[in-house]
Design a binder for this molecule. Structure first.
Ligand SMILES: CSC[C@H]1O[C@H](OP(=O)(O)O)[C@H](O)[C@@H]1O
Length: 344
């Protein structure tokens, strides 16, 4: 399986002892970076979707812990409060809580200044994510025989430590000549598909066609698509998957039209403490994100909005969960336990 050298445009950069985040709210029109100088600013950037994507927000928060340790010095209680602030920035992606839990454990175990250990851990989490994505690209890409694919939201370098999860599989499969065209649905209301996924794929020279979510049924009925390939924000112990709103409907459509459905996520996205999808907290964001667009009202005054930004796909609608330690076909509790037992 070929894997391109290019890891994609980075969303999170720690360099010269500074944390910079690509402001994804401005893409594709502008490529602008912000410097996050405190843990509070990192938490704000996660909550406000400056940086988004399950692995990317875990990585950003891990570096945020370093900023907190620098600011809090020997005040352990203050530092723990900052870690709590980071962990609370968004509720669904388990990578955020997982990264902060690792940093919290280091603080509890450290004697004296925890900053060096926290920075080493943040770098390790970042590098492990990129390495996992390249491995998943190989494992998932090998499942794609030929044909076009449909993907949802953005799961590329912008959502991770680089290369991407579902988009990493697509990058690898395309490099190996197994994919002709990528269909990306726009993914309202944040348009991660049209603003971010299309931008990444065009940047890589991979043919991409956008569609509105409502067109997915007709696309899958056309027989052009062999796989629907998506990411995840939290995978429960029984294999149920929380991902961007609209994923569940794609899974139902895929099953109805005999199209295979692949979820790609590092094991840092698997939460064996969450028994099933019903136990996954689903983030609801402000109504305004649906009632307005680019700062202009699109709905009649007085209309309210229901804006859950994730949904849960039952494991029995998933043909394969691809992780860096292996692939679980037709996931269930036993398969997930076996997979997690393979982690080093
Ligand atoms: C690499 S998986 C990223 C995952 O996160 C996205 O959500 P958001 O853009 O709100 O952070 C979406 O669910 C993707 O599948």
């Amino acid at each position: 399986m070929a894997t391109p050298d290019n890891d994609g445009v980075r969303a999170v950069i720690w360099a010269d002892d500074r944390l910079r985040l690509l402001d994804q709210r401005l893409l594709p029109a502008q490529t602008a970076w912000i410097e996050a100088t405190t843990a509070a600013k990192v938490a704000d950037a996660i909550r406000d979707m400056v940086v988004r994507g399950a692995p990317a927000i875990g990585i950003a928060a891990a570096y945020g812990a370093v900023l907190a340790a620098r600011a809090c010095g020997p005040d352990r209680e203050a530092l723990m409060r900052e870690l709590d602030r980071l962990a609370a920035a968004r509720p669904t992606a388990v990578n955020l809580g997982w990264a902060i839990a690792r940093q919290r454990r280091l603080v509890e175990e450290s004697v004296g200044d925890a900053t060096p250990a926290l920075l080493a851990e943040a770098v390790a989490i970042h590098e492990a994510d990129l390495s996992a994505n390249r491995r998943m690209g190989e494992l998932g890409g090998a499942l794609v025989e030929t044909g076009d694919v449909l993907t949802h939201c953005n799961t590329g370098s912008l959502a991770t430590g680089g290369y991407g999860t579902a988009l990493g599989v697509i990058r690898s499969a395309y490099a190996d000549g197994r994919i002709g065209r990528v269909y990306a649905d726009e993914t309202r209301p944040w348009l991660q598909g049209s603003r971010l996924t299309a931008w990444e794929l065009i940047h890589d020279g991979i043919p991409v066609s956008l569609l509105c979510e409502g067109a997915a049924a007709s696309l899958l009925a056309s027989g052009r698509v062999s796989w629907v390939i998506v990411g995840a924000d939290r995978i429960a112990a029984n294999g149920d998957v929380a991902n961007k709103i609209g994923t569940y409907s794609l899974a139902v459509l895929a099953r109805h039209h005999d199209v295979r459905f692949m979820v790609v996520a590092p094991t840092s996205t698997i939460d064996m403490a969450t028994p099933d999808g019903a136990a996954i907290p689903i983030e609801e964001r402000p109504e305004e994100e649906l009632l307005s667009f680019a700062g202009k009202a699109v709905a009649a005054a007085g209309a309210s909005a229901w804006n859950p930004v994730f949904d849960v796909t039952p494991a029995d609608l998933i043909d394969a969960i691809v992780t860096e330690v292996g692939v679980v076909e037709h996931p269930g509790l036993a398969g997930m336990h076996e997979l997690m037992g393979q982690r080093a």
